[in-house]
Design a protein around this ligand. Structure first.
Ligand code: 48F
Length: 262
């Protein structure tokens, strides 16, 4: 069969425009496709919420691919292991009651399961701002191409409406920081009223605190994963990933509760 370049271009434009147009009004917009964001999206989609994940890089997975010091294996502890088992990741028991998993398998299977459940994952799109409506409630995210952000081009962004936004941007906590910077008088339920900043590595404390930190910090804005620990001033954890997965699941539960309330 003859291959026409213009037809290929037209097919890509049509398909992507269709998918983007279908993502303009969401129940939940997840910013960041690391382990916490992808897990949140899978549980939300399983519960029939209309959810899309926006990721600034061209790849999903965030900090999970590289495991510890580029040995692509991660460590998971018991309650979180079920989340990986659900998507078919092979876990091997190791000392101390932990399990190890192949990080490439984790990212691939978690992402695939989220998409199969109905979540849309759009890469190359960065959230640079939020939308506010009514009595100062987050009403969506403002997106631009990740490449535009990287090249620092002056290109105006587009808006996506969402009833709940989940900040799953990892160590940057970039959506929480936008809210803090741009909304006068915005206060978070942290000890400073703002983003406290992540503390040095202490896996045990970080893993315990992350679940408590996964919550709504401003009307319509939920934080998860390392973003939650950065907002509340809890430690980072290094290559133990159970907390990220459990936090993603918790973020989905918090978001579903908010959707039911509204
Ligand atoms: O960093 P990341 O993997 O966050 P996470 O889900 O997991 C943290 C672990 O990977 C690891 C760790 C384990 O102990 O500490 O670091 O909390 O994924 C965050 C994703 O968000 C994207 C970023 O490219 C990455 O893939 N991201 C960050 N800011 C934006 C964004 C933004 N403004 N718009 C879109 N994507």
């Amino acid at each position: 069969m003859k291959v026409e370049d213009t037809q290929i271009t037209a097919a890509i434009v049509k398909r992507f425009m269709h998918d983007l147009l279908n993502s303009l009004e969401l129940d939940v917009a997840v910013v960041g496709a690391g382990p916490s964001g992808i897990t949140a999206a899978r549980y939300l989609a399983k519960s029939k919420a209309k959810v899309a994940v926006f990721e600034r890089e061209l790849h999903v997975g965030g900090g999970m691919w590289g495991g510890g010091i580029l040995f692509p294996r991660v460590v998971i502890q018991d309650p979180a292991k079920r989340i990986l088992e659900e998507v078919g990741v092979e876990l091997q028991p190791t000392n101390g009651g932990y399990y190890t998993a192949d990080s490439v398998e984790c990212v691939s299977k978690c992402t695939s399961a989220a998409i199969d459940a109905g979540a849309r994952v759009l890469v190359g799109l960065a959230a640079e701002d939020v939308m506010i409506r009514g009595k100062r409630r987050i009403a969506g995210v403002v997106l631009n191409w990740g490449a535009v952000e990287a090249a620092r081009l002056h290109v105006d962004p587009v808006g996506v409406a969402a009833r709940v936004v989940i900040d799953a941007t990892g160590h940057d906590a970039s959506i929480a920081r936008v809210v803090q910077r741009k909304i006068p008088g915005a206060r978070f339920p942290t000890r400073t009223g703002g983003v406290v900043g992540e503390q040095p590595m202490w896996a045990d404390v970080g893993e315990r605190e992350i679940i408590r930190n996964t919550r709504e910090i401003y009307p319509g804005l939920v934080v998860t994963g390392m973003a939650a620990n950065a907002v509340f001033g809890s430690p980072r954890m290094g290559p133990v990933f159970g907390g990220m997965l459990l936090s993603g699941k918790r973020a989905a539960e918090v978001a579903l509760k908010l959707l039911r309330k509204k």
